[in-house]
Design a binder for this molecule. Structure first.
Ligand code: NAD
Length: 428
């Protein structure tokens, strides 16, 4: 048997491994910076990883054991920050990659956090609210020693929400015997959450889309936008873009996609989604196949805001857009990224485009520690300032090093983290 298919399979497996993708981009940026081998090793590997068993008494009395992870990629610039994901297929490599992306993301927007991420292998759709609460509390108790406002501050991610964060905050507070709101962000406003947090990632997508469109000379009213995913990032991002005059011609969810080239009435789409749980059946659009084929619709701006590995070496040649704004984490593989660069498609990378969420999480943490809460206007205008400045910072690095926005974002982030290491020195 020829070895070619095996080699191809391995290359493909590597392409879809998010940690490999992150590591390839990291290496390219580190080469541009001339980063020495030692520091490269330090920054590449997670500082700490924890795997925990989470026994849970199910509603029918059975005991099931779930597996949970918390990865702290780097805490040189401050406490680790990053979401907790509940999914049947979440795995350690994925959590490692997401934790590293958080380190680079926090450095790109220059908030004083390192990167962390957590995950629990479970299918939330099959679990009752009581079971989810017990899993969340036991997971929190299991990782409690490495959490804390000065150590590691989780947030919601896929399939977790403000209720999950409220349970986490309560469990931590019961253990340390004082209410500690700053241990987690993305909480309900009544429990110390920040105004504007729910919309923050979508709003960041809006600001970065606007800045990129200015650079490309695309006017909002001329922009046809395709959005993959209709959740916190995709749904809210689509809504905010629609309000600013962009024409959203297609949206999708995990069940399928809808299309109307005249422009979707996004508030009505989201209302339909809320009422029925699916985009399918929305009267003002055609139902079209979802998944990756939606990404091939000709458009001016493509916003993948669902999950990772959506644009790969297989479909990158068929993407027909001028601009990609990565609402999701890791929607383009590293290989696809290079192919898109070669095709002259501008990509606003995830660690910049979706950094609005962590930026407002930072505001939430600051407000909790001060015990003083900001107005929504203050949150939104502070977010805008940071997103616009970060976009400009990344653009300048891209011009200076003659690299894509993605590699530029990594260069900026790695340089900021490496500078801190050089100043602090290595504790031995
Ligand atoms: P969510 O659970 O609110 O929404 C996910 C959406 O994607 C849903 O509409 C779901 O139906 C859809 N979806 C899932 N698989 C799909 C597929 N194969 N094709 C089309 N649609 C699909 O999640 P979210 O919070 O919006 O997160 C989406 C992405 O953004 C993730 O990669 C997450 O890590 C990233 N992100 C989220 C935030 C945040 O603040 N929520 C911040 C930064 C990055």
């Amino acid at each position: 048997m020829s070895t070619a298919p095996a080699a191809e399979k391995k290359a493909q497996a590597n392409e879809f491994n998010p940690f490999e993708s992150m590591a390839q981009l990291f290496d390219t940026a580190a080469d541009h910076l001339g980063l020495d081998r030692g520091l490269r090793e330090v920054l590449r590997l997670p500082d700490r990883e924890m795997t925990v068993a989470i026994p849970c008494v199910m509603d029918d009395g059975r005991i099931e054991v779930f597996i949970g992870y918390r990865v702290q990629h780097n805490f040189s610039r401050g406490p680790c920050k990053g979401g907790i994901r509940y999914a049947p297929d979440v795995n350690l490599d994925e959590v490692r990659a997401l934790a590293a992306w958080m380190t680079w993301k926090c450095a790109v927007v220059d908030v004083p956090f390192g990167g962390g991420k957590g995950g629990v292998i479970c299918d939330p759709r099959q679990l009752s609210k009581n079971e989810l609460e017990r899993i969340t509390r036991r997971y929190t108790a299991a990782i409690l020693d490495i959490l804390g406002p000065d150590r590691d501050v989780p947030a919601p991610d896929m399939n977790t929400n403000e209720q999950t964060m409220a349970w986490l905050m309560d469990t931590y507070s019961m253990h340390v015997r004082k209410t500690t709101t700053a241990v987690v962000t993305g909480k309900p406003i009544a429990l110390g959450g920040s105004r504007g947090r729910t919309e923050a990632t979508g709003r960041g997508v809006l600001f970065t889309t606007r800045e990129a469109c200015k650079k490309l000379g695309i006017r909002p009213q001329d922009a046809r936008v395709v959005v993959q995913g209709s959740g916190n990032v995709g749904g809210i991002g689509a809504m905010l873009l629609h309000r600013e005059g962009y024409r959203i011609i297609s949206m999708s969810d995990q069940y399928g996609a809808i299309r109307n080239d005249k422009g979707l009435d996004v508030p009505a789409v989201l209302q339909h989604l809320k009422a029925t749980g699916k985009l399918q059946g929305f009267a003002g659009a055609d139902a079209i196949p979802g998944g990756k084929s939606q990404l091939e619709i000709p458009c001016d701006v493509l916003v993948p805001a669902a999950t990772e590995n959506q644009i790969t070496s297989e479909n990158a040649p068929r993407i027909q857009t001028k601009l990609i704004v990565e609402g999701a984490n890791g929607p383009c593989t590293a290989t696809a990224s290079r192919m898109l660069d070669e095709r002259g498609i501008m990509v606003v990378p995830d660690i910049l485009a979706n950094a609005g969420g962590v930026t407002v999480s930072y505001f939430e943490w600051v407000q909790d520690r001060m015990g003083y809460f900001w107005t929504e206007e203050r949150v939104n205008s502070s977010l805008e300032q940071i997103m616009v400045k970060s976009f400009e910072d990344v653009s300048s690095v891209s011009v200076k090093y003659k690299v894509s926005m993605r590699i530029a974002a990594y260069i900026l982030a790695i340089d900021r983290v490496a500078t801190v290491y050089r100043m602090r020195g290595l504790f031995a």
